[in-house]
Design a protein around this ligand. Structure first.
Ligand SMILES: Cc1ncc(COP(=O)(O)O)c(C=O)c1O
Length: 396
């Protein structure tokens, strides 16, 4: 059916070039002697209406920075979603904490009831993932966190300008994290940003990305705690400044296209677009739908037909819950020959195996991702819808 390729993204133009040239002309690409990263942080913070933003080298680094701000004791627990990128989970283990996976609801995001059921005395944080840009049920999650005195980190790698009841995702919890990796709404190739309103957390985050160094102290160097070098370069800062100006346009265009697609798929029997709760706005990093359970057709089969029709769709995003995809995690083979932190004294025994998050497994088996970006036209949307309709007619 579709013979032409779908449009690819047009990410950069003269604005990035201008900022980059200015960075190079300044003769420093190091953030503490240049101005681009500092300005990018300031503009990012004001864009999101928060007091502080801390740039880093990736979304993974941004989440590691957030976990380091929380400063868990070894063996403390951090609850997160089983449908996510490894970049959400690796920082938990590197900071010696134990990832605990709560199950997801119909919206593919953390189910607050399952979060509550997984809280123990050792829970220090919840990392909420707004999957594909769809806001998670923040009121209920914040309520669980408040009751148990737990910090909430929002993983907004896929959720730039996603809105939950009129509030921007990333500003509802205590800390918000963003990725600037190549596929994200805005990108500096690689990069990350951690935002917060809390001055103590912000200070800790900034120092963590700078090897734990307290640059405010004169004289001999002062490193009050352990940190890493996650400093963003001026090149990334320069591109980030230009990209930030394009963010609203990218998200609005994706919303418009997704709205058209939702409408066209509305009367296709047996498929259901990712549910976005009323009053919320998704930012559509990916366009996803599920095949109704009663059709008994796995996503892989559906995708086979779509591909035959010229639509390069994907089945099931990461395929399996993240704790089964990641072998080190599944088998608890971590550092050297140890299972640290899983074998640390007093740590609750956790199992990462099939069946612990049944909704997650079920949704991944039925989930289809369509090719999608802000360069698509109405014609492209028509072809996507037509392809889905054809596949549904053939398979159901
Ligand atoms: C939900 C989520 N969290 C974290 C990350 C990690 O970001 P990065 O690839 O920039 O390290 C990604 C990106 O792939 C992501 O999609």
């Amino acid at each position: 059916m579709r013979t032409r390729p779908f449009p690819s993204r047009k990410l950069y133009d003269g604005e990035e070039l201008w900022e980059l040239a200015e960075a190079l002309r300044s003769q420093t690409l190091f953030r503490y002697t240049g101005s681009k990263v500092r300005r990018f942080e300031e503009e990012f913070a004001s864009y999101f209406g928060v007091k502080y933003a801390c740039a880093s080298t990736s979304g993974t680094a941004a989440i590691h920075t957030a976990v380091a701000m929380v400063n868990p004791d070894p063996g403390d627990e951090i609850i997160t979603s089983p449908i996510t990128d490894m970049g959400t989970v690796a920082p938990i283990i590197y900071q010696n904490a134990i990832p605990i996976f709560a199950d997801v609801g119909e919206d593919y995001n953390l189910d607050p009831e399952s979060v509550e059921a997984n809280v123990t005395e050792r829970t220090r944080a919840i990392i909420v993932v707004h999957l594909f840009g769809n806001p998670a049920r923040m009121d209920e999650i914040m309520e669980v966190a408040r009751r148990h005195n737990i910090t909430v980190i929002e993983d907004c790698a896929q959720a730039y300008l996603a809105e939950y009841k009129g509030r921007l995702c990333g500003t509802i919890g205590h800390i918000g994290c963003f990725s600037l990796q190549g596929s994200k709404h805005i990108t500096t190739g690689e990069g990350g940003m951690t935002i917060t309103d809390d001055p103590e957390l912000a200070k800790r985050g900034a120092m963590f990305t700078d090897k734990g160094w307290d640059r405010s102290k004169e004289g001999p160097r002062v490193y009050p705690f352990l940190g890493l070098n996650y400093r963003m370069t001026e090149l990334q800062g320069a591109v980030g400044l230009a990209q930030l100006k394009k963010l609203r346009g990218v998200v609005e265009r994706r919303r418009k296209l997704a709205g058209m697609l939702n409408e066209r798929l509305g009367d296709v029997e047996g498929v259901k677009p990712q549910p976005v709760a009323e009053g919320n706005k998704c930012s559509y990093w990916q366009y996803a739908f599920t095949i109704d359970k009663d059709k008994g057709v796995p996503a892989a089969k559906f995708v086979e037909v779509l591909r035959r029709e010229g639509i390069p769709a994907n089945a099931g995003y990461i395929g399996k819950p993240i704790f089964l995809s990641q072998e080190a995690l599944r088998d608890k083979r971590t550092f050297g020959r140890s299972s640290h932190p899983f074998d640390y004294p007093g740590v609750r025994k956790v199992r990462y195996e099939e069946g612990i998050c049944p909704n997650c497994e079920d949704i991944l088996n039925r989930m289809v991702l369509l090719p999608f970006n802000e360069e698509f036209t109405e014609e492209d949307v028509d072809d996507l819808a037509e392809g889905v309709r054809k596949a549904a007619e053939e398979l159901f």
